[in-house]
Write a protein that binds this ligand. Structure first.
Ligand code: NAP
Ligand code: GCO
Length: 265
């Protein structure tokens, strides 16, 4: 049974996995036996990644690559094919959010979010699929969001992109399932990372941020998630244990999507 979850001999590319959710997923893949490749789009981030992996005792290969740059992504994938035998597992993790009321948001800002959160997963998946077809197997995991299902104030671009990413997931499954490629999503709930730090800022009077209190009340688990909460689900979707799971989004949200919310006292 344990062997079904092994990633021994597999090469896993996790985009933007310098810290946060991507780094936790990469650590889990390493523990399951995979060789790790990550990418970052600034020198500082690449250096931070090198330091973080070294500290974790992981011999990971880092590439300088902006995931929205198609020639750059293609060159990275070609290099991985040449030197490591190609990508068996791709995790489209790199992402950004802009919290701006929609009527104040410039179309350029909207496009930027869609470019990184939706177009880039298309570019990265497109680049690895031919190699996966040749190998006769492949796993693509798209990091979706609560916003693949729900809306809220100020995140129109992010919700549009993550909703689109859910459908891209289903479409990759539909188009390449016959090649033994499984494409699934993980929909993290509210996870404590730098991306959500502004929503957890302690207030000048020492109280918790109102959004922080709101999320605790909205989550049956009664807490924020941690990047480590995503490790098991990611290994499952990257391993043979999920070979007949395709086009699915696995929400790892402490129960948020199942819950109507706490009644006012
Ligand atoms: P994060 O802490 O902001 O990390 C995202 C990573 O992506 C960063 O390392 C970032 O690099 C990198 N990145 C951004 N643009 C890039 C580009 N063009 N090319 C290459 N790398 C790029 O985010 P996180 O919270 O760990 O989130 C990871 C993923 O999970 C994202 O897709 C996010 O939307 C999703 N997610 C997060 C939560 C949550 O509650 N935190 C919940 C659901 C989904 P820099 O730091 O250099 O910008
Ligand atoms: C927000 C949040 C998110 C989360 C996450 C939820 O402002 O509502 O940042 O959208 O990061 O994606 O799953």
């Amino acid at each position: 049974m344990t062997n079904q979850f092994s990633l021994e001999g597999k090469v896993a590319l996790v985009t933007g996995a310098v810290y946060g959710i991507g780094f936790a997923i990469a650590k889990a893949f390493h523990a399951a036996g995979a060789r790790i490749v990550y990418c970052a789009n600034t020198d500082e981030a690449l250096e931070m990644g090198a330091a973080n992996y070294k500290e974790a005792g992981i011999d990971a290969k880092g590439y300088f690559c902006d995931v929205t740059d198609e020639p750059g992504v293609k060159a990275m994938i070609a290099d991985i094919e040449k030197n490591m035998g190609g990508v068996d597992i791709l995790v489209n993790n790199a992402g950004i959010i802009k919290r701006i009321p929609m009527h104040e948001m410039a179309a350029e800002e909207f496009r930027k979010v869609v470019d990184i959160d939706l177009v880039a997963p298309f570019i990265c998946a497109k680049a690895v699929i031919p190699g996966m077809i040749k190998k006769g197997h492949g796993k693509i995991i798209n990091i979706c969001s609560m916003m693949s299902e729900l809306g809220r104030e100020t995140v129109s671009a992010y919700a549009a992109a993550k909703g689109g990413l859910k459908m891209l997931t289903r479409n990759i499954c539909s188009e390449y399932g016959e090649h033994n490629i499984q494409c699934n999503g993980i929909g993290p709930g509210y996870i404590a990372t730098p991306q959500t730090a502004p929503l957890r800022e302690i207030q000048p009077d020492g109280s918790r941020h109102p959004f922080d209190q709101f999320i605790i009340a909205k989550t049956p688990a009664g807490r924020w998630g941690t990047p480590e909460d995503l490790m098991g689900p990611a290994v499952f979707l990257a391993s043979d244990a999920s070979n007949f799971v395709n086009g699915h989004v696995l929400y790892v949200d402490g129960g948020i999507l199942a819950y109507i919310g706490k009644q006012p006292q």
